[in-house]
Structures are given as structure tokens and as C-alpha cells.
Design a protein around this ligand. Sequence first.
Ligand SMILES: [Zn+2]
Length: 323
Amino acid sequence: MECSLPPAEVSASPNLEGLVVAVVGAGRIGAEVIRNLDRMGVGRIDVYESDARAAALLRDRHVVHLGNFWDELTLARLRHYDFAICTVDDPGARVRMNQKCLIANVNLMLVWTEGAGAVVAAYPFDALDDCACHECGTVREARPMSIAALRLTVADLPPQAADAASIATASIAAGLAAALIPRIAVGVGRYVSRRATLDSSTGQGTSLELPRDPQCVRCKGLQRPVPIVRTRNRWNVPAHVRTAFPEALEQGLELSDAIGDEPGHRYRMGELAERFRGGPIPAKFALTVVDGRVVCLDFEAPHPDETALQTRSGADPGRCTTN
Ligand SMILES: [Zn+2]
């Protein structure tokens, strides 16, 4: 484990004006991230926030999407961004952002706090086709990490001091995230998945490279960029198709969302057609294997503003097909 941040390896000035960034969550950390990126000159910062009051404060300078990010930040929208930064302090939200950014092939940054520890994890999905994803760490995270030792002490402080310490820690996390953006934007080929921590009470920090886990529940077997095919969420297999291509009913699908309380997300095409009888499946997208390669079927309807969004810098328009 290194005890310093990675060298910047900056060979040219980062074109921050050209960056298009989505910030998910505009709370204590998110608001600071937005302020930092704004001052750094990042060209466009769109905000996804579920709280109307927090959203209202940002509308004069940014495009703000009000609502749950899982609904608002569709795969099609996500693909327009150079970076997505998740500041929602919830492990489930971090997993979901990982799930979408991995498929959309968008650089992801996760920012949160643990006690006095500021934590930033960066996954350069667009820059490196074989970098680790957030869930690659599932096994590794079970081992003690230095952040566990840093999880000190905010709880031991008097309430007023604890609140002040939390504000400071959030600010440090936001600053750490903003500082990594130009490094990844410029040193794309040399940047790997990485988690950095900084303890706000001691100043002690860590920086850990994250290797890809070949057994990862999320990215095992994925060859990125994953082809995305937009398709209608209708599940009616006509009788003549069932007769002519019975094997089509056996096609496996891994859904993005759980159906009700059912464990697991894997189903057969025939099973879904039987259950939903032409109606939509309650999922955003599904993964399936075609000719030995994982392909994403995108079920989400286009938002009206989708065509108005500029394509992100360096994006390959051939990566997504629409039918
Ligand atoms: Zn993974």
C-alpha cells in the first residue's frame, strides 16, 4: 500500500472546459464537489438530486434533474458524461452507480465519509477497458483496511464539535474527489481504479490501487465496452416464433432490478414472457449473451432532452445502437 496520492503524470493542461460531469446528490459532499468543479472551470456540471430544496439552490447555474437518480440518470443520458460522481452516502447507491457506469462505460467516482475518514474511489471505466469495478472489492473489503483504524472518533466528540468535524470531513472528501478529476482526465492511459482515504483529524492518508477481481459478481465475464441495444420493454413471443425458434425461450437474461422480493436477477426469456405476457418488466435494462459476448438491452424510454445533450468528449458514437 502506498501512502501518497498517485503522481499526476500530467503532460498537458487538462481541458476542464470540455468536461461534462454528472454529480449525483447535492447534499453536504455533493454541494462541495459542485462548487469545486465550478471553480476549476469544468465546462458542464449536471446535478441529480431527489430533494427539491437542495435542487432549487443550484438551478441558476446548473441543469438539475429532480428525482431518484436510478430513474433520472438513464443509460442513454449517462453515456453523454465524461464522469459521474456519486456523493450519496449510501452503499446501495454506490453499487447501483457502479452497475450503470460499468455498462455505460463512463468514468465513475464515489465519494463518502466514514467517521473522520474521507473516502474517494475512482473507476476509469472509459479510460481502461479492464479496470476494477466497485464490486471487485467485495472479498478484499472483508479484510481490515486502514480506513477501519481511522474510523475514529466523531462519535466521541460533543455534538457541536462532531457536526463541525463532519462538515470538515465532507469538505475534504469533496476536495479529494475534485483533485482527482484532472488527473484521470489527462492521464487516462496510466490511471487505474484506486481508493484514496484521508483522515480529517490526523491528516493520515492512504491510496490503494484496486485490481480487477476475475470472480467479481458484477464484472466477471464482461468485455467492455458493452454493446448497448435500445429495445422496447415488451415480452410477447408469438406462437410461430416459439415453434420456429424454441431455443429463443431458453435465452438467459440478467435484469438490472429485482422483481419484487425475489432473490437474484437471472431469468429465462420464456419465463419472463409467460409472467409478463407482453407487458413491461420492472427493470431498466438486462444483460444477455449473444454470440459469446455480453450485450445490454436498454429498456428505458428516451427523455425529451436526450438529443439536446451534447455527446461527451471523446465518446465513440458507434458504441450504442438503437432499434
Ligand atoms: Zn468487478
